[in-house]
Design a protein around this ligand. Structure first.
Ligand code: F6R
Length: 619
């Protein structure tokens, strides 16, 4: 969370900083700020709220200079406020920096620095870093050194050695207005290389249109940047030659088009994004799927006798769908692990276990840590990821990209259906390697190919969903209930509602409801039943009747032509009938729309819900 940018070179510094912050705003939007250094000193402009408020401030009070840094904040330490906004100043203003991450020992550093006379003006952990850099710089000056590139680098390096936690940092020095030092540990950072200019950013999106040459910093690395040079250093092992890569496939397709919100735009993109996930990956002749980046031989893949899927939030829900599919078609035992748990657990895993980290952003701190832990144990560890060039995509042994394009709405929609599509492809792939027949593979492919069109058809429910949303928008509690493939969809539907409308919602396997949650049912608590045609349709209907018997209002997501449900439920949203394992792709869509419209009715900011950020780069 939090996004940082930096620029040094001949362009209008604030133009790049603001453009970059707009593109990184998905990482946090509690406040935004910039610092620009010139021969006259460092000027700071910062404001609580969105980047647009900072842009307005810069119109009133413009700044220009040789180099600059910027930040968009997701608050961790200290409330969102002008004062707590980055950039932060160290000493008497000789150091100014922006930070993405969390400093775990900031409290003791703060006490030590206060003891040395440093005055803290904010509640942030970051201010301790700024004062520490100023302190280590001051110590060298006391010993007779000048302020130059080397002393600044030494001050930052000494500071980093005292930090416990994670950081992506960009630092300016008042006495050296043409210098930026950037550093990374645990929070992503990329340097864009231009002609006579350099760019710094938390991910590659701000660089698009400015440069396609990039250097990804690894943990414990620092970049010492002037307009015409960059030195890369490892904090402990010294200098390393920067490996410049060409950026490809990073899209900044962030145009809203005719849509009012990114979330709605992304819901509507799903026929197209599912098609992109399938493109080039179906092998009709062999009735299987094919992947370019698994980086394992057929022999190695055949040895796999267990799959672990690890992820957070919506991506974890996609993993649950994947578990059901992989076990049914590939007959491989699958476990789905919360990455935040897996990173600290030590479950037995043999070298025949394969791990997939599922992530839209490729930067989720827990997913990254869980993936690293599995890699450390020598397991083949792959990523199912949307963001090209993200840390997880780069560190994984191999993987599959979603190709869904940038997901800007904080509530994940198209990434979920793309993840499910990729997991379906993997189920086909592993299934055909094991015991899935040629005919079954053919049928699987036929069904997958039909999905973009089926989802287009599903989107026709929009008007109906709007009415249902209006009717139930006042409710303060919801239950979401489904079974088998639609149990993860129930969890996902409930998560969508919670995060953007702030309504309490619980997702449950429909039959499990009797073991507790049924106590919540009353005439004010709607239950959303996901009850398309399936082998256990009549069982779900019984669960639905149990809710009706307790006067609970029922909204059903059911298959077109299901007349029985129309008589039982208070409201029905009909969706196309597809094979059970592909139902999550279809049933998720009306639930995404339902949460979107309920949130609108309640006056919530659907694209920027409170307390959340798109990319959770802190633990
Ligand atoms: C919910 C949502 C989050 C993310 C989770 C993992 O709508 O977006 O629950 O799914 O933070 O993020 P990624 O997939 O980027 O690792």
């Amino acid at each position: 969370m939090c996004g940082i940018v930096g620029y040094i070179g001949p362009r209008d510094v604030t133009h790049f900083l603001l453009e970059g912050l707009h593109r990184l705003e998905y990482r946090g939007y509690d406040s935004a700020g910039v610092a620009v250094s010139s021969l006259g000193g460092i000027e700071i402009r910062k404001r609580e709220g969105r980047v647009s408020r900072l842009a307005a401030l810069l119109e009133e009070q413009p700044v220009s200079g040789l180099a600059g840094i910027g930040h968009t904040r997701w608050a961790t330490h200290g409330v969102p406020s002008d004062t707590n906004s980055h950039p932060h100043t160290g000493g008497n203003g000789e150091v100014v920096l922006v930070h993405n991450g969390v400093i775990e020992n900031y409290d003791s550093l703060r006490t030590q620095l206060q003891g040395l006379g440093y005055v803290f003006r904010t509640e942030t952990d970051t201010e301790a870093i700024a004062h520490l850099v100023a302190h280590h710089l001051g110590e060298q000056i006391k010993l007779g050194s000048d302020i130059n590139k080397d002393t600044c680098l030494k001050a930052v390096t000494l500071t980093l050695g005292r930090l416990k936690g994670t950081y992506g940092l960009a630092v300016l020095f008042r006495e050296l207005p043409d210098l930026i030092i950037a550093a990374r540990n645990g929070s992503p950072l990329v340097v864009g290389v231009g002609k006579g200019e350099y760019f710094v950013a938390s991910d590659a999106s701000p660089l698009v249109g400015f440069t396609d040459q990039v250097v990804y910093l690894d943990d414990h690395e620092l970049a010492v940047i002037t307009a015409d040079n960059m030195d890369l250093q490892h904090r402990e092992t010294g200098e390393r030659a920067p490996s410049v890569q060409t950026l490809d496939q990073v899209s900044t397709d962030t145009d809203l088009g005719d849509f009012e919100h990114y979330m709605l735009k992304e819901i509507y993109e799903q026929p197209h994004t599912i098609e992109n996930a399938l493109r080039g990956r179906l092998d009709d002749d062999e009735a299987t799927a094919k992947f370019g980046g698994l980086n394992l031989s057929a022999q190695e893949l055949r040895r796999i006798d267990r799959i672990v899927l690890t992820a957070c939030g919506t991506s974890w829900h996609a993993g649950l769908v994947g578990e059901y599919m992989l076990e049914e078609f590939a007959r491989v035992p699958v476990e789905v692990e919360y990455a935040s748990e897996l990173r600290y657990r030590n479950p037995p895993m043999s070298d025949r276990t394969m791990v997939f980290a599922i992530t839209q952003s490729g930067e989720t701190a827990d997913t990254l840590a869980a993936m690293r832990e599995c890699k450390r144990k020598g397991l083949p560890t792959l990523a199912i990821c949307n963001t090209v060039g993200s840390t997880i995509a780069r560190e994984a042994d191999g993987g599959v990209y979603l190709h869904a394009g940038p997901e800007i709405g904080v509530a994940s929609t198209k990434a979920f259906t793309s993840q499910v599509t990729v997991l379906a492809l993997l189920s086909l792939f592993f299934g055909r390697m094991r015991n899935l027949s040629y005919q079954a593979g053919k049928r699987f492919i036929y069904n997958l190919k039909s999905m973009p069109e089926v989802i287009t058809k599903t989107l026709e429910v929009h008007e109906k969903v709007k009415h249902v949303a209006e009717k139930y928008a006042h409710a303060n509690n919801f239950l979401y209930l489904g079974r088998l493939y639609n149990f993860p969809v129930a969890l996902e539907g409930a998560l969508k509602l919670k995060e953007i409308s702030y309504i309490h919602a619980e997702g449950y396997p429909a039959a499990e409801m009797k073991h507790g949650p049924i106590a919540l049912v009353d005439e004010n608590t709607p239950s959303v039943f996901i009850v398309p045609k399936s082998g256990i349709y009549s069982k779900v209907i019984s669960n639905l009747e149990e809710v009706k018997a307790r006067k609970g209002p029922v909204i059903a997501i059911a298959c077109e032509g299901d007349e029985k449900i129309a008589k039982l439920a208070d409201d029905v949203i009909f969706v196309p009938d597809v094979e059970e394992y592909l139902q999550p792709l279809v049933t998720a869509v009306p639930l995404q729309l339902l949460s979107y419209h309920i949130a609108l009715h309640r006056g919530c900011n659907v694209d920027r819900p409170r307390n959340l950020a798109k990319s959770v780069t802190v633990e």
